[in-house]
Design a binder for this molecule. Structure first.
Ligand code: HEC
Ligand code: HEC
Length: 268
């Protein structure tokens, strides 16, 4: 019985994973995965990027981009392109000039590499970030780390092991910019007039599940629902960048980068 239950659980996890990829799966730029484009991107990378990211993207002043590990929380192709084109001024990465073709070649090269934040150099002070996370930034109201904290947002126990530095920084500075993946903010008004707000957990033609700010899960039948809207913006507060200094944000990024749930694999 127990084994069977495990299989069922695993089965649904796999289905959820596939669904996630399909939902994300816009048509990719032809440079992505194209060997000729990747080689051209590598050449441009060695000329303009290696000074900070290392000759093979293994890291230096800029983060390690060079482990071929497939990550769940990776930047989308478009977000990677945008990062390269516009840079990350707050994080010390300059914008890159050049044609769209050259920028996509660089993107194709970088997509072929990837590294989690835990293996990348951090400029911030993790202790500063830790104090903010559990204190005045209130991140713990929505996120938990190793069983402590809230559940509106994703668990961050493995933030640094499964997300790159930029994904973490982007999530804080520009929430939702990389997609809200299973944590869409929704508002429901029931036929009896009750209004509910929270994060949408599951939805089909007959019912939906909404996790509210107190961590309560509501299973609602569509027949009882009068209005249902999914917000475009993230459920996460949009103003951290204005509220905190660059050093404080860097501290938060460094603190989350340290969170790993599993031992790091040896570099290959
Ligand atoms: C002056 C140093 C510097 C140069 C030159 C530089 N970078 Fe960066 N890059 C950084 C830093 C620092 C970050 C981390 C920014 C942050 O904290 O989010 C970064 C972040 C990135 C990221 C996001 C990594 C992630 O987390 O997925 C990509 C992609 C990237 N750089 C690609 C490039 C490419 C391609 C070039 C060359 C066209 C380049 N960089 C040139 C310093 C640099
Ligand atoms: C009001 C609730 C709320 C608060 C407060 C909040 N978050 Fe979030 N956060 C969310 C939700 C919901 C998501 C997932 C949806 C999204 O990214 O739009 C999220 C996503 C994230 C992610 C991306 C995780 C992933 O899956 O890649 C990171 C990192 C993160 N938050 C860090 C923080 C930090 C650091 C703070 C405090 C400075 C914070 N959050 C405060 C609700 C919150």
């Amino acid at each position: 019985m127990r084994t069977l239950a495990m299989c069922v659980l695993l089965g649904s996890a796999i289905v959820a994973g596939q669904h996630f990829q399909e939902g994300d799966g816009k048509k990719r730029n032809p440079a992505i995965g194209n060997i000729v484009a990747i080689a051209a991107g590598e050449k441009a990378f060695n000329e303009g990027c290696a000074v900070c990211h290392g000759q093979n993207g293994q890291g230096g002043r800029g983060p390690n981009l060079a482990h071929g590990r497939v990550m769940w929380h990776t930047l989308s192709d478009e977000a990677t392109y945008k990062r390269i084109k516009e840079g990350v001024p707050s994080g010390g990465m300059p914008p890159t000039p050049g044609s769209e073709e050259k920028l996509w070649q660089l993107t194709a090269y970088v997509v072929a590499l990837r590294a989690p934040a835990a293996e990348s150099p951090q400029t911030g002070d993790a202790a500063v970030g830790e104090t903010l996370f559990w204190g005045k930034a209130g991140c713990n109201e929505c996120h938990s780390i190793r069983g402590k904290g809230g559940s509106i947002g994703p668990d961050l126990s493995d933030a640094g092991g499964s997300r790159s530095t930029t994904v973490i920084r982007m999530a804080i500075e520009d929430p939702g910019a990389n997609g809200s993946k299973g944590f869409e903010k929704a508002r429901v008004v029931l036929k009896n007039g009750t209004a509910l707000e929270g994060v949408l957990k599951n939805r089909n033609n007959y019912s939906l599940q909404l996790l509210d700010g107190r961590g309560e899960l509501h299973l609602l039948l569509m027949t009882a629902v009068r209005e249902f809207t999914v917000a475009k913006q993230s459920a996460m507060p949009p103003n951290y960048k204005a509220r905190f200094s660059a050093a404080e944000i860097n501290g938060l990024v460094a603190y989350l980068a340290k969170q790993t749930a599993r031992p790091l694999q040896a570099a290959n």
